[in-house]
Design a protein around this ligand. Structure first.
Ligand code: GDP
Ligand code: GDP
Length: 450
């Protein structure tokens, strides 16, 4: 499981600054999920090959009322969700009563805590650290979130025990012949891992129940539960699947009463672990901010995707037309995915999801021969030449696979650093069309400068 780090501390100690530094302000994918998770912001980040999830919190000052109390409550929830807590204090302000208050709370939880004495730029780190020794946190580091000081050391000790993700071996770069190759992976045994993702109340639990309750589905006893989502193996028409149930429908006994039913952390972990994401939205509410941030995470993770527009029952035809047009407009950036209009409540359309899941998965893991990819490239170039740069035309010569799930196509040539975005999109669309790659994002990488 991907480790989860929560940033806590009084307001203004530098939590957001650190959050932005660690997630490198990749705004597009940082899920700022307002309302839902008031004053909590989630990001995914990588440090030396190790993935982790970061939660920023609004802050705790210890004497909250009204809105501030709500914010403090959210910070405390973030602590529950985390594996590691970064407890930030402000070296310039020195030790404050609110810091003591937070330290007292953290002592009661059994969480690994790192005390970060922030804003130590221009200050003597040792003196600054000493001032906070009454907080009695074993691991204390002087950092400067704004200037990046101490961050390297911080992440090194925070993630010391975490194994880097094994990079998928990809030996068959140059695939000969004409036929695509499907390498049997672990998914051949466990079946495709499907995560049902979506914001609260779109109908995830109803869909999970519908899928598992279906006559043609054989559900196996789940082998033990995890802290997070439940993995439910099942079989349908002689194909194996594992459903990752983020909604907690089939949880045996309640483990975490105090954690809300919907959890962004659980959602992010499920996305990470899934082969295919079924993303559920509510036809009656349309696409809202929360949908977009969660979808952003799925895209960033490069997952195969099937869109399910739920609650399609009982809608007027004119209403349906309007909703369809509106959805297509707002979901243009996931145009590669099949969209299904379903009713989880009545079961309408649910069976059709499987075909798309299979198709998306196959598209995601198929390795294409070098020959074929090169021919498609040369055809595309002939039809529509890349532009001239400084009087010389960009040359694209050959292409091969660089990875799968999502498919990575590596294109070799000259001046490839100057290939315009629009042209990359053109190539992507050409590959998608010719290879019929439905349901998976495609990544294209160029090699060869000059
Ligand atoms: P948050 O409320 O805890 O999220 O705090 P912010 O990240 O918004 O930071 C509060 C203020 O402290 C901002 O003006 C930051 O620019 C400033 N700040 C954050 N980190 C540092 C640091 O390392 N050094 C200095 N000098 N200022 C910092
Ligand atoms: P979750 O929070 O995403 O797990 O959502 P739930 O499955 O708990 O559903 C939220 C509400 O929407 C419940 O009242 C469901 O009965 C209702 N709902 C779910 N699916 C459908 C559907 O297909 N049609 C209609 N009309 N209501 C639905």
């Amino acid at each position: 499981m991907v480790p989860v780090i929560a940033l806590v501390g009084r307001p203004n100690v530098g939590k957001s600054t650190l959050f932005n530094r660690l997630t490198r302000s990749r705004d597009a994918i940082v899920g700022d999920i307002p309302g839902l998770t008031r004053d909590r912001q989630y990001g995914t980040a990588k440090w030396q090959g190790r993935d982790y999830i970061l939660i920023d919190t609004g802050g705790i000052s210890g004497d909250e009322e009204g809105i501030d109390a709500k914010m403090a409550e959210q910070s405390l929830l973030a602590i529950e969700e985390a594996d590691i807590v970064f407890f930030l204090v402000d070296a310039r302000d020195g030790l404050c009563p609110a810091d003591e208050h937070i330290a007292a709370h953290l002592r009661k939880r059994d969480k690994r805590t790192l005390l970060l004495v922030n804003k130590t730029d221009n200050l003597d780190v040792e003196v600054a650290r000493a001032e906070f020794s009454p907080l009695a946190v074993a691991e204390t580091l002087g950092v400067s979130a704004a200037h990046g000081r101490g961050i390297q050391q911080l992440m090194e000790s925070a993630l010391a025990g975490v194994e880097p993700e094994p990079e998928e071996e990809f030996e068959i770069e140059l695939i000969e012949g004409e036929d695509p190759v499907r390498i049997p992976g672990p998914s051949e045994q466990d079946g495709i891992k499907i995560a049902i993702i979506g914001r609260p109340n779109v109908g995830k639990s109803t869909l999970v129940n519908r899928i598992l309750g279906e006559e043609r589905v054989v559900v196996y006893d789940q082998p033990g539960t995890t802290r997070d989502s439940i993995y439910i193996p099942f079989e349908r028409e002689e194909r194996k699947y594992t459903l990752i149930d983020t909604a907690g429908v089939r949880r045996r006994g309640r483990i975490h009463e105090d954690v809300e039913k919907f959890s962004v952390v659980k959602t992010l972990q499920a996305i990470k672990d899934a082969n295919v994401v079924i993303f559920v939205v509510d036809a009656r509410e349309g696409i809202v901010e929360h949908d977009l941030s969660l979808l952003g995470f799925a895209l960033e993770a490069g997952k195969a995707l099937v869109m399910a527009v739920n609650k399609w029952d009982g809608m007027q035809p004119s209403e349906r037309d309007y909703v369809k047009t509106e959805l297509e407009r707002r979901l243009y950036f996931v145009g590669f995915a099949d969209i299904h209009f379903i009713s989880a409540l009545h079961g309408t359309g649910v069976g059709h999801l499987y075909r798309s899941v299979e198709q998306a998965f196959t598209a995601a893991i198929t390795r294409w021969p070098t020959n074929k990819l090169t021919n498609i490239l040369l055809g595309a170039v002939q039809e529509h030449q890349p532009p001239m740069i400084n009087g010389r035309r960009i040359k694209l010569r050959y292409a091969h696979m660089g990875g799968a799930n999502p498919p990575l196509i590596i294109i070799h040539g000259n001046q490839t650093g100057a290939v315009p975005k629009g042209y990359v999109r053109y190539l992507e669309n050409t590959y998608r069309r010719v290879l019929n790659l439905v349901g998976t994002p495609i990544r294209i990488e160029f090699k060869g400068g000059d």
